[in-house]
Structures are given as structure tokens and as C-alpha cells.
Design a protein around this ligand. Sequence first.
Ligand code: R5P
Length: 295
Amino acid sequence: MTPLVLALPGNDALAAALAEGTGGEVGGLALRAFPDGETHVRIDTAVADRDVVLACTLQAPDARTIPLLLAAATARDLGAARVGLVAPYLAYLRQDTRFAPGEGVTARYYPRILATSVEWVITVDPHLHRLRSLAEVYPVPAVAVAAAPAIARWVADAVPDGVVVGPDVESAQWAGEVARRAGRPVVVLKKERLGDRSVRLTLPDDGPWRGGTPVVVDDIVSTAGTMAAVVRRLREAGSPPPVCVAVHTVLDDGADAVRAAGAARLVTCNTIPHPTNAIDIHPALAAAVRDILAR
Ligand code: R5P
């Protein structure tokens, strides 16, 4: 039977792309709040014996998680063959260790909560720093789709004299791969985090960043403290206005901060709907769904 794709609120474009790319159908999922704040769930399309694909990106995850779990439970209760989740942005991966006594390591707990209700998960470039792979924390199959091929195509087209800049060692995995695929040089800075919104960066005095338009590549723009600091540092050192590329942008005003710092523009992948979305990652997600359903 053809897969049934259900869109959680705000995920209609993703659901349509997944249905198109898998030969599936977008089904009806109606969610509404009862007066007491609980969620009412209704699936309006036949579910029995079908693969159900829930489309739900997970920025600001706390409010999205309960409706998602309830929709998954409803699909299973109605006889779905398997229920999986496509979450282009996967939350709760940054608290991957106990940085201070008494803290919870939520990167280990949240996956267990999702895995109570879905049998597989597909995401895009999860924030893996101290974790080497999603398999370390996800008890169900969890696939990470790489944005680098799509970003590299965009860079090669839009910024042919680009010099890829990674803000910190964590970004080296994305920046290096984008540079290699786009056939452009790369430089990775050193970053010291001073607080939630403040970082200190070290830029080499010289290096390939002087030879073209800097293209700053990072996985997440959250407060935009990191991206804006890189832009300011490059501009102080005499670079042309950098182009900034992030896989995910999780806060609405982050883009304004990047522009205010002196960037030429900020572009993002469409893992989270945002006016800066310019790089389409949905076809790669649909391909990953086809693969997992064929297993
Ligand atoms: C950090 O390790 C990440 O790769 C990003 O650099 C970070 O999450 C960006 O956060 P913000 O925009 O708040 O500086």
C-alpha cells in the first residue's frame, strides 16, 4: 500500500514533498485543543496496514512533542503497519553531556521519549558533537541526511568565488564537506563560548579567507551570536560582506542579527520554515524515506 504522510501543524510543504517523492498520499490529520488545553486527535484517512510517515520539524520542541506522540499513538492504534518520523530539525541534541553537577543529559532522554511512539526517525544534520552518531542515543533506526551536497551546489552557483568559513571546530564537519564538494577553499576559526549569547573568535591573520567572498557555514543559527560574531570579525579584518549559510535557523530574529552585523545575506535549508529558506532539502529527505520504507 502507498505510504500515508501526515503533517503536524506547519509541516504541509514538507508532507507534500514527502508524498510526492515516495509515491505516497498526504492524509488528513486534525488536531485541536480542548478547552482544558489537552489535544484532540483525529486521522481522517485510512491507516490500517499502511506505512505512516509523520512530518514534524522539532524546533521549540516542547509544545510540538505531545501532539506528535499522540498522533503516532493514534496511527498505531488504527492499525498502521509502521509509524516513522521525518523531523528535518531534531531537537535536544546540544545537552549531550552533564556540563555542571545535577544537570540532565537531555540528548539521551528525549530520543527515548520519541522511540516510545515511532519506529524510525529521519533528520538533517543533527547536532552531533560529543555523540558520534544518533545510534548512541536513539533506540530505533535514526538516519541523518546530509545537507552538504545541496549547500555545496548552492554555493558553487551563487558564490563562485566563495571561501568557506567554519566558525568553530564543531562546524568543520559541515564546512569542510561543503568546501570539498564546491571545490572551494576552507578555513575553520576557533570559538570560545562566553555565555548563551556571547562568543570570542580567533581568525588567522592571513589565509584563504582573504582570497574571495567568505561563505560562513554552520549547522544552527539560534541566537545568531556565533554567526554575527564571525561576520563582525571578518569585516573588521577587511573582508567583503560575508554570505552566511546555516542548515537550521531556530530563532526568528537570528537572521536580523546576522544582517545587522554586516552580512550580505543569510540563507538556510528548509528544515524549519523561515523567510531565509533558499536551499531545498526535501528531495533528499524523500529519498531517505524511500530507503527506509524499502528495508
Ligand atoms: C554550536 O556548537 C553550533 O554549531 C552553533 O554554532 C551554535 O548552536 C549557534 O548558536 P548561536 O546562534 O546561539 O550562537
